[in-house]
Design a protein. Structure first.
Length: 171
């Protein structure tokens, strides 16, 4: 089994969004940006290594409307968001299938990529300002263990739009 790793350091996340219109054209594509790994990742990884049933794998990618004041000013800083256990205002979530999570750079690495798409079937039309990855939980909002959180510039979802999101995690 091959083993490769990135530079040592704390866990980190980066993501990129692409918004596709009803006709299949790319409306915009954002550059890669950092996001916050939640403090709850440590106990979750320990449970996974131990084989404890509490150590559930990534199961849900949630999105939220966040707070409207983020449109005019800065969102909460990273230290505040690291301690969060849920989104500020979750509006929808999509299941993450095992095939959506892949190793980057080999068959066994400390880097994962997760790709998902959201339409108004999963997310009501309206503003999106945040997302989070959850281990365990159900389709119910705020369930599971928050692993990753990002506050991003407002995205106005409309009927027929598809938000394609790629997330890379390094442990």
């Amino acid at each position: 089994m091959a083993h490769t790793s990135a530079a040592a350091g704390p866990p980190a996340g980066r993501h990129r969004d692409v918004l596709v219109g009803p006709d299949g054209r790319v409306l915009w594509e954002r550059t890669w940006a950092s996001n916050v790994i939640a403090d709850s990742l440590g106990p979750l990884l320990a449970a996974l290594v131990k084989g404890d049933p509490q150590g559930a794998s990534i199961a849900w990618w949630a999105v939220g409307s966040g707070e409207s004041q983020w449109d005019a000013g800065p969102p909460p800083d990273d230290a505040v968001r690291r301690g969060r256990t849920r989104l500020y205002a979750e509006t929808g979530r999509a299941a993450v299938a095992p095939g959506q999570i892949t190793f980057l750079g080999g068959t066994f690495t400390n880097r994962l990529e997760i790709i998902s798409s959201f339409t108004t079937a999963e997310v009501p039309a309206g503003p999106l300002r945040e997302f989070g990855l959850f281990a365990g939980g159900t389709s119910a909002a705020d369930s599971g263990v928050l692993v990753n959180h990002r506050v991003h510039p407002r995205i106005d979802m409309q009927q027929g739009f598809t938000l394609q999101r790629t997330l890379r995690l390094t442990f």
